[in-house]
Design a protein around this ligand. Structure first.
Ligand SMILES: Nc1ncnc2c1ncn2[C@@H]1O[C@H](COP(=O)(O)OP(=O)(O)O)[C@@H](O)[C@H]1O
Ligand SMILES: [Mg+2]
Length: 266
């Protein structure tokens, strides 16, 4: 793509920017030339009807699908074309629309696997189980414990098999796992889906607490009350294209946005 002229009105330097992002699945253009940016420190909502392409955007940002075109920059560097692990190492973490916890793992182990930087020791040191590796392992376990407290589960659940927890609690395990990598930006794909009003409010508070730790958030969510209360800015997708972008109140009052939801309401 040709270089865009500098935008003097840009309020905050973006932590994440997509320009002309395009994703195709065979003949289907799931994302078509999408431009959007997430400001550093923001809770940015990504909304739109089912099938609009929201999850595909997250998959493209995190390297799970390869874009057909476009530029992706994260924290000042190009990430387009990098693989899943390389993007994660740069500080982009995510949760999944369908919870992905491994059947046999305890809660503690599930959180520890998020620490993709390893235990801070070299692989050889880990194999030899040196004093340094043991200290790093203890530090990782301590951090995982802190994160279990942070997400509101507490350390008591550390030894339980993660998939035996309630759905809402499994969501929290996923968030703790994502935070284990010390991300700069956390991508949350419908973290409130399937929850009752009380659980939704709790997770909304948790998202605010994540941001208060200095982690920017990109949130996919359908509950417009929550979106309105939580997000600093919204991007609306419809059929893989940007339908609206900006201040939540203005975006949600936009007749085109309302029509998109009414026309394809589920
Ligand atoms: N891996 C894939 N292969 C083929 N089509 C896909 C794939 N992932 C998503 N799609 C299609 O891309 C479109 C956008 O899907 P998705 O990103 O899941 O939407 P949303 O998250 O907004 O509900 C849909 O038409 C969906 O069927
Ligand atoms: Mg989705």
């Amino acid at each position: 793509m040709s270089a865009a002229p500098p935008n003097p009105a840009a309020p905050t330097p973006a932590i994440l920017a997509a320009e002309g992002l395009t994703v195709r699945f065979g003949g289907l253009e799931a994302i078509g030339g999408l431009d959007f940016a997430v400001a550093r420190g923001a809770i940015h909502g990504l909304i739109g009807p089912n099938g609009a392409g929201k999850t595909t955007v997250l998959n493209a940002l995190t390297g799970f699908v390869r874009p057909a075109a476009g530029r992706l920059s994260f924290d000042g560097a190009e990430i387009g074309g990098l693989g899943v692990a390389a993007i994660a190492r740069r500080g982009l973490a995510r949760t999944f629309q369908n919870i992905r916890l491994f059947g046999a793992m305890t809660v503690l182990e599930s959180v520890l696997v998020g620490g993709h930087r390893g235990f801070g020791a070299s692989p050889l040191a880990l194999v030899l189980h040196t004093a340094g590796a043991r200290a790093a392992e203890r530090a990782a376990i301590a951090r995982a414990g802190e994160l279990l407290d942070f997400v509101g589960l507490g350390r008591e659940v550390a030894g339980r098999v993660a998939t035996t927890l309630s759905y809402g609690h499994q969501r929290r395990v996923e968030i703790a796992r994502a935070l284990m990598s010390e991300p700069k930006l956390l991508l949350l794909d419908e973290p409130l889906a399937g929850m009752n009003a009380v659980e939704k409010a709790e997770i909304a508070d948790l998202v605010r607490a994540v941001r208060a730790r200095g982690v920017s958030v990109l949130l996919i969510e359908h509950d417009m009350q929550i979106v309105r209360a939580l997000c600093d800015r919204l991007t609306v997708l419809e059929y893989g294209k940007r339908l609206a972008d900006g201040d939540p109140e203005a975006v949600l009052a936009d007749p085109a946005v309302q029509a998109a939801y009414l026309g394809r309401a589920r």
